[in-house]
Design a binder for this molecule. Structure first.
Ligand SMILES: CC(C)(COP(=O)(O)OP(=O)(O)OC[C@H]1O[C@@H](n2cnc3c(N)ncnc32)[C@H](O)[C@@H]1OP(=O)(O)O)[C@@H](O)C(=O)NCCC(=O)NCCS
Length: 327
């Protein structure tokens, strides 16, 4: 018999440095007006040069553990979702394990780009549902500013740095993760990628000259794909949980573009007021966005016990997915 799995604590961490749209106006040919109306973003956080992804992840993890009333030694597994790991290896999760002192925890990273948090939740869920582990930390963390081409106005205005974390634990009550849907279409890989730095195009002068170590994106095509895939996965996951869009109390979407979130709630006929949006403050923090949003929702006091949350994301791969949680 599978065990139930609940979120027992949340935490998030954002670097202090704020980069506003007006700051970007001085760096590239753009405007505050264009960025705000096309994306909903006003500012984003940027980590300082001495900060790596694990540094943000460690702070978010410590807060999530505190909220869950758990000690680091009680953690069985640490999963970090990121596409901006500290290094190729060891995994960022290993640095987090060391940083928080989770000496009994196994640790690994997963790579599903902006869908990373949903994929991480799904993996963490399995370990607890199967009975293998009792306490799993799932963290989404990125220093995306390191892979953004600050000369490319099509992409650099969109992203920011940050980390969000949750603690997963078993439950025998009617609560927690009710359903998960994960999907992938590798045929669309070229729409969003960092082509250089791996085994296909290792770092060399040619890779750097062609700026292959930075994010390349066909924004328009990703936009269309995002709306359709988010609608599809959300309908699917709600059906798995035997719920309807009108049963949803809060929708916590990946924060990529406010117009994508608006299109999603419109197509699903969900009251737009139910969508949690903080993109204006942080931009797209990739795998971190849902963890940060969940933590802010929890602390906003708007979330009540027993309410239904649906969270969904899409990202490079392309990957997408959704999760229904009864709080
Ligand atoms: C990237 C995105 C904001 C662009 O918005 P858009 O309305 O589709 O804009 P377009 O790409 O059609 O570009 C329109 C014009 O604005 C220009 N433009 C692009 N970025 C600009 C910027 N930062 N400032 C000013 N102008 C800009 C383009 O060059 C284009 O000019 P042109 O018509 O003269 O060629 C939007 O497509 C998007 O959000 N896509 C999804 C991306 C995403 O979420 N990626 C992450 C996935 S997790």
């Amino acid at each position: 018999m599978l065990k139930g799995v609940k979120i027992s604590g949340t935490g998030s961490f954002l670097p202090d440095r704020i980069l506003t749209n007006h700051d970007l106006e001085k760096m590239i040919d753009t405007s505050d007006e264009w960025i705000k109306t096309r994306t909903g973003i006003c500012e984003r956080r940027i980590a300082d040069e001495n900060t790596a992804t694990s540094d943000l992840a460690i702070e978010a993890a410590k807060k999530a553990l505190k909220n869950a009333h758990k000690k680091p030694e009680e953690v069985d597994l640490i999963i970090v979702a990121t596409v901006t790991p500290d290094m190729i290896f060891p995994s960022t999760a290993c640095f987090v394990q060391r940083g928080i002192g989770a000496k009994h925890a196994a640790a690994f990273d997963i790579s599903a780009a902006c869908s990373g948090f949903i994929y991480g939740l799904a993996v963490g869920y399995q370990f607890i549902a199967s009975g293998m582990y009792d306490t799993v930390l799932v963290i989404g963390a990125e220093v995306y500013s390191r892979i953004v081409d600050w000369t490319d106005r099509n992409t650099c205005v969109l992203f920011g740095d940050g980390a969000g974390a949750v603690v997963l634990e078993p439950t025998n009550k009617d609560e927690g993760i009710l359903a998960i849907d994960l999907e992938t279409d590798g045929n669309t890989a070229e729409l969003l990628m960092v082509p250089g730095g791996g085994s296909r195009n290792p770092i060399c002068q040619k890779t750097l000259d062609h700026r292959l170590n930075f994010v390349k994106m066909k924004g328009n095509e990703v936009f269309k794909f995002a709306v359709n895939s988010l609608v599809k996965t959300t309908r699917k996951v709600l059906a798995k949980a035997k719920l309807k869009p009108e049963d949803v109390d809060h929708i916590v979407p990946h924060q990529a573009n406010v117009r994508i979130i608006d299109a999603l709630t419109k197509k699903l006929k969900i009251d737009p007021e139910k969508a949690f949006i903080n993109i204006e403050k942080y931009g797209n923090t990739s795998a971190a966005s849902i963890g940060i949003a969940l933590d802010e929702l929890v602390h906003s006091k708007k979330l009540k016990k027993g309410q239904i949350i649906v969270t969904n994301a899409f990202g490079g791969g392309l990957t997408w997915g959704a999760c229904v949680i009864k709080w």
